[in-house]
Design a protein around this ligand. Sequence first.
Ligand SMILES: Nc1ccn([C@@H]2O[C@H](COP(=O)(O)OP(=O)(O)OP(=O)(O)O)[C@@H](O)[C@H]2O)c(=O)n1
Ligand SMILES: C[C@](O)(CO)[C@H](O)COP(=O)(O)O
Length: 213
Amino acid sequence: MKYGAVIVAAGKGSRMHLGFNKVFADLKDGCSILEHSVQIFLSDPDCAQIVVVTDPGQYCKQLKLPECGRITLACGGSTRQESVCNGLEAMLCDIVMIHDGARPFLSASSLTALKQAMETEQAACLMVPCKDTIKVVKDGYIEETLPRESLMAAQTPQVFHTKDILACMHKAMTDGYTGTDDCSLVEKYSDIRIRAVQGDYANFKVTTPEDLK
Ligand SMILES: Nc1ccn([C@@H]2O[C@H](COP(=O)(O)OP(=O)(O)OP(=O)(O)O)[C@@H](O)[C@H]2O)c(=O)n1
Ligand SMILES: C[C@](O)(CO)[C@H](O)COP(=O)(O)O
């Protein structure tokens, strides 16, 4: 299955407290978090186009990725959702995987599981079961405990037909709705069923200083 990837990397990394966008922090072997995130898709021959959404000037200055005709650059927006929207506008493939530049540990087996899901499904999301008990808290006091057996944490990639996610994105932008992930737009603005594909806990989002360690 041929597909394209939109990798969003235009955040501020404010919770990381590095003073610069965390995706450019060195991770391993002299390569940044973002380079590792992009490399996963570069290594997959099924990935026909990779749109990296970030400050293009900074990208070209900081990244040491090999010259590759598959990479397109797009400018970031003021929210993750706006950055995704800019990336989607540059996407030429019919199927798109939207991935956080801040998730450098995506495994080849999870990528394969998502591709297999898209052979029969209209959309799919990588997820892991919640390990903690999740409670609703209001004004500093617990209101209720949610049933953990149905709770899963959404990761990225989240995969869609490009036309579907673009249509939902445009409706959200018109409505002034901002979701915390891409599936939430499809849940709200379409009747598409999204397949939950089990991923692994290693694919976490590098967010705070202890994650970087
Ligand atoms: N305006 C934005 C905000 C976020 N992102 C990207 O979305 C992903 C997930 O966001 P998050 O981990 O929250 O990154 P930051 O927004 O950079 O972090 P913070 O909220 O701590 O500032 C990251 O790869 C980030 O670069 C983006 O492309 N454009
Ligand atoms: C898309 C996401 O990574 C799914 O878990 C997450 O919602 C991004 O959240 P953030 O607000 O950008 O940290």
